[in-house]
Design a protein around this ligand. Structure first.
Ligand code: DSN
Length: 415
């Protein structure tokens, strides 16, 4: 980064700080990942300079011959990877992908039914403070208080009562397999569109480690940067009959120029996702999550739903004498990054919470395996049992650094 260092030392220093943070901390944010060097290079390429409003071979700008190459490759790779009839790779984010789907089939005040944010859903699935809650009449289903699992009978009841125009599946903090087949059946029964937002589990689905909603869903939206390990961005898959409506809504409906550098990076990530190595990686994410959940449970932590089938787990701290906010802060000072998270039926506000969410995509990208998960569980447990003990926090931070050095990341980036 010699040019950046010379021309803008403040930004250069922040980038170096971020490289060091990502390198020296154990990052367990379930929605993050460390993209490959190839993805970073594509995203940092000269495609950042290019306007390409429109779609391949139908652009509103000249000079799009290479933009057409990358966007066509991204579309074709996504179609092949997920078995989708139609793909749009232009949404700038997952929320914008959801917005484009809503705008293509809903009118303001139409009804949406999705998983409640406080039970593991997402902002854009109908939260009042989000555009989805402002524009539409939104209803939510939740998880069973005892099992922590989605109560499909209750979803059916609510769907019959509220008659939504879209039934939404998908979550940000749900650790079990989502039965897309049952949910799509419920949508059919009430004549609703079925939208599956697979942002968190796209990598697991692409590699057959979680059942796919693509055969059943009218629309499937995702981000490309979580388990899929690409650049930050969104993507829509849909049945061919909605292709025109979705494409028109993304551009010119909601966006102008697509981010061609991000689309180039999406294409790279989608190619990586087709490799046997990526399939092994996704399986290891799940194995690591199971091991970590088991090791934490063995140290007195309550895991919502009793465990995990995916890349993440939600820890209920109500029996551990610490809030989610306090746990997040104590762990971060010990070099372990997690996020506070509401648990189902939480009595504390979202700014404090009674839980933390933990995910394994990044530590698995660093090639850590089950033995390291036991070490991490032990470090987490020590910090959360004695969060104000600065000597202990410093000791844990040193151990974290040693572990991180054994599993390096971005070693070859010249700073
Ligand atoms: N905010 C993301 C998450 O952390 O799950 C979802 O978009």
């Amino acid at each position: 980064m010699t040019e950046l260092k010379k021309s803008d030392p403040e930004i250069y220093n922040a980038v170096v700080g971020e490289i060091e943070r990502e390198r020296d901390k154990i990052v367990l944010i379930a929605s993050e990942n460390y993209a490959s060097r190839a993805v970073l290079e594509a995203q940092g390429s000269v495609f950042t300079n290019k306007y390409a409003e429109g779609y391949p071979n139908k652009r509103y700008y000249g000079g799009c011959e290479y933009a057409d190459v990358v966007e066509t490759l991204a579309i074709e790779r996504a179609k092949k990877l997920f078995g989708a009839e139609h793909v749009n790779v232009q949404p700038h984010s997952g929320t914008q992908a959801n917005m484009a789907v809503y705008f293509s089939v809903l009118k303001p005040k139409d009804r949406i039914l999705g998983l409640s944010l406080s039970h593991g859903g997402h902002l854009s699935h109908g939260v009042q403070a989000n555009f989805s809650g402002i524009l539409y009449k939104t209803f939510s289903y939740g998880v069973d208080k005892k099992t922590g699992l989605i109560d499909y009978d209750n979803v059916r009841k609510l769907a019959n009562r509220h008659k939504p125009k879209i039934l939404l599946a998908g979550a940000s903090a749900y650790s079990r397999i989502i039965d897309f087949k049952i949910l799509s059946g419920i949508a059919k029964e009430v004549n609703a569109y079925f939208l599956a937002d697979i942002a968190h589990i796209a990598g697991l689905i692409a590699t057959g480690n979680h059942p796919s909603p693509v055969p059943y869903a009218d629309f499937v939206t995702t981000t490309t940067h979580k388990t899929l390990r690409g650049p930050r961005g969104g993507m829509i898959m849909c049945k061919a009959e909605y292709a025109r409506a979705v494409d028109k809504m993304v551009f010119p409906g909601l966006q102008g120029g697509p981010l061609m550098h991000v689309i180039a990076a999406k294409a790279v990530a989608l190619r990586e996702a087709m490799t046997p190595e990526f399939k092994r990686y996704q399986l290891q994410i799940i194995k690591n999550a199971r091991e970590l959940a088991g090791a934490l449970a063995g140290r007195g932590f309550k895991i919502i739903s009793g465990g995990t089938d995916t890349h993440l787990m939600l820890i209920d701290l109500t029996g551990n004498n610490i809030t989610g906010k306090e746990a997040e802060a104590a762990l971060d000072s010990a070099g372990i990054t997690v996020n506070k998270n509401s648990i189902p039926y939480d009595t504390l506000p979202a700014t404090i919470t009674s839980g933390i969410r933990i995910g394994t995509p990044i530590v698995t990208s660093r090639k850590m395996k089950e033995p390291e998960m036991v070490i991490i569980a032990d470090l987490i447990s020590r910090v959360l049992n004695d969060p104000e003990n600065t000597t202990l926090i410093n000791q844990v931070r040193d151990k974290v650094k040693v572990l991180c050095r054994k599993f390096p990341v971005y070693e070859d980036i010249e700073i």
